[in-house]
Design a protein around this ligand. Structure first.
Ligand code: SF4
Length: 341
């Protein structure tokens, strides 16, 4: 791909699909863009076909040029460490294969179900617990949605659909409109939730049409964003989220605790404060899921608890996300019990 210089950020490239098509797909191009000589990052993996580098330019523009330890860069840069087999880390740490009763459906929790509406993302986060997920076996075409929705319709205990992926906002607006309408037509459903990181890496994804689709759904709609560092909260994102708030969408955030990215009280408290300024409630703070290739991001549970205690002492309660871990087979996220530490 042609190298995009920082000065070439173009206001006319406002079509999110075009921005995605022009995303960085090579570590060399991204490091050139950031003015980083390759010899400053000798541990970078330049080729990794299974889970390659993918970084849209708006997200890269939030990184600090010349800084090999930039917390945004560290989340997306493939490193040789990912190739090391580490005991306790596996390709399916949450054992989702056992909760995959139908193509495109993950049913782990009582009353709500995940619908895998898209099989890719706009960014490849190196710590992603689904980085080895068999998306090819779970790709649900528009023609196959009805089968997945029949699964939901036939279980009247399900009252909430969570559009997940991959990233469900990779669907184009007309497809999303159709999917939301199909969910609207399932009588027992009350809520629609969208789990996405796409607006964070390409704020232009929040189109006026997307806001209208969510506004006109009969379901109570929330969007759970995935933001790990205050520097990910850009002015463009602020403007996009205002559109969603005006459409009546509740905005929540989940973060993952990541070594050298956000395992610091000041970083986490700044994140919570900034989220609130953007109209987003800090919701969950996750311990890392132990997926192969991500061990270098892990911090200990004791360190996580210490950080969480500092947040509780330093922030109003509504700015302190719940500290949780996902445990395979449990019907809910497991809160970390502070009393037992
Ligand atoms: S956006 Fe979410 S699902 Fe996609 S790679 Fe990142 S963490 Fe994984």
């Amino acid at each position: 791909m042609p190298i995009i210089t920082r000065s070439a950020v173009s206001v006319e490239r406002d079509d999110w699909r075009q921005i995605l098509a022009q995303a960085f797909r090579s570590a060399g191009d991204l490091l050139d863009y950031l003015g980083l000589a390759a010899d400053r990052l000798p541990q970078v993996l330049t080729e990794f076909r299974d889970f390659p580098l993918l970084v849209p330019q708006p997200y890269a523009s939030l990184m600090e040029p010349g800084n090999p330890a930039d917390p945004l860069l560290l989340q997306v840069l493939p490193l040789r460490d990912e190739l090391l087999p580490v005991p306790g880390f596996s390709s399916d740490p949450l054992e989702e294969a056992g909760a995959n009763p139908d193509r495109g459906i993950i049913h782990k929790y009582h009353g709500r179900v995940l619908l895998l509406a898209a099989s890719g993302c706009a960014v490849n986060c190196r710590y992603c617990f689904r980085r080895h997920f068999p998306y090819a076996d779970n790709r649900v075409s528009r023609a196959q949605w009805q089968q997945a929705l029949d699964y939901i319709r036939n279980d009247t205990s399900i009252t909430e659909v969570i559009l997940s992926g991959g990233d469900p906002l990779l669907l184009q607006d007309d497809a999303l409109q159709e999917l939301v309408s199909l969910c609207d037509a399932i009588p027992q459903l009350k809520r629609l939730r969208i789990h996405t990181r796409l607006p964070v890496v390409i704020p232009q994804r929040v189109t006026p049409q997307l806001a209208q689709i969510l506004k006109h759904s009969r379901l109570t709609t929330s969007m759970v964003l995935h933001i790990n560092h205050a520097r990910e909260l850009s002015p463009a994102l602020h403007s996009s989220l205002s559109t969603l708030r005006e459409a009546g969408v509740t905005l929540l955030n989940q973060s993952v605790l990541l070594k050298n990215v956000n395992n610091d009280f000041r970083v986490l408290s700044e994140l919570s404060e900034s989220l609130f300024e953007f109209g987003i409630l800090p919701y969950y703070l996750h311990l890392l899921d132990r997926v192969s290739g991500a061990h270098h991001f892990e911090i200990s549970e004791a360190e996580a608890v210490k950080l969480h205690r500092e947040l509780l002492a330093g922030l109003p309660g509504y700015l302190v996300p719940r500290l949780v871990r996902e445990i395979a087979g449990l019907p809910n996220k497991a809160p970390i019990n502070l009393d037992r530490q």
